[in-house]
Design a protein around this ligand. Structure first.
Ligand SMILES: C[S@@+](CC[C@H](N)C(=O)[O-])C[C@H]1O[C@@H](n2cnc3c(N)ncnc32)[C@H](O)[C@@H]1O
Length: 228
């Protein structure tokens, strides 16, 4: 069973850059095979499972469960994370499964740089960090990187699980509509397709279970209009 990382204190956070913090977290877990690519996020399965494979971008790919799941189904995936250890490990897992032609793994601090390319699906699953992050501008760049007809799926925590680092029960989680509106995308081209708050049974890193709520924001870029 994967061991739960220690909850970071304010002093831990202040003493490190975001790169150092996330890299340190993944290095602590580098030898724990149970952690890596072990789980795909259920809402990605629900959304991507209904489409033909194309080009996907996994923002904040972490331990790679989503990237590997997509690549096994024929998607060409660009997997991006701030932590080089995570990125290297996801690339290695892809090679081990003979999927290296389908996976491009890149280290980016998305606050500064964004991967190149055009995508049929961009997925940001629990793209949360305890550091300042210009999330709206990153997600806007993601929406602009969609091909016509492509979709941006943003899945966020909307409740506090017993294993969450944040145990502030007064936390207000932005709604899917607020997330969409914050991107300030022209509604003629980027349409809010799903704005939901489903509940599900989740398993924490220590193996315990709890009912949690997610916020699901699914935005579709309009298909290209046929020429005259
Ligand atoms: C809560 S984890 C979610 C990981 C994965 N998507 C999942 O569902 O398990 C957030 C991820 O975002 C990455 N991350 C945090 N800040 C980032 C940034 N500025 N640029 C790129 N990745 C970042 C972290 O390294 C971490 O892997």
């Amino acid at each position: 069973m994967a061991q739960q990382p220690r909850v970071p204190t304010a002093a831990d956070l202040a003493a490190q850059t975001p790169e150092e913090f996330w890299e340190g977290l993944y290095r602590q877990r580098a030898d724990d095979a149970a952690v890596w690519a072990s789980r795909v996020n259920p809402l990605l399965v629900e959304v991507a499972g209904e489409s033909a494979p194309g080009a996907a971008l996994d923002l904040g790919c972490g331990t790679g469960g989503d990237t590997l799941w997509l690549a096994r189904r024929g998607w060409r995936v660009t997997a991006v994370d701030i932590a080089p250890t995570a990125v290297e490990r996801v690339a290695a897992l892809g090679r081990a499964e003979g999927l290296c032609a389908l996976i491009t793994a890149e280290s980016h601090n998305l606050a500064r740089t964004f991967p190149s390319g055009e995508f049929d699906l961009v997925s940001a699953q629990y793209f949360h960090t305890p550091y300042e992050l210009p999330r709206a501008s990153i997600l806007r760049a993601a929406a602009e990187a969609l091909r016509p007809g492509g979709r941006l799926l943003v899945v966020d925590h909307a409740s506090i699980a017993p294993w969450s680092w944040n145990q502030d029960h007064d936390t207000r989680f932005p709604t899917p509509r607020e997330i969409y509106e914050e991107l300030a995308l022209p509604a003629t081209e980027w349409v809010l397709e799903r704005a939901e708050a489903p509940r599900r049974e989740a398993t924490g890193p220590d193996g315990s279970t709890a009912t949690v709520t997610d916020h699901v924001t699914l935005i579709r870029r309009a298909s290209a209009q046929p020429g005259p």
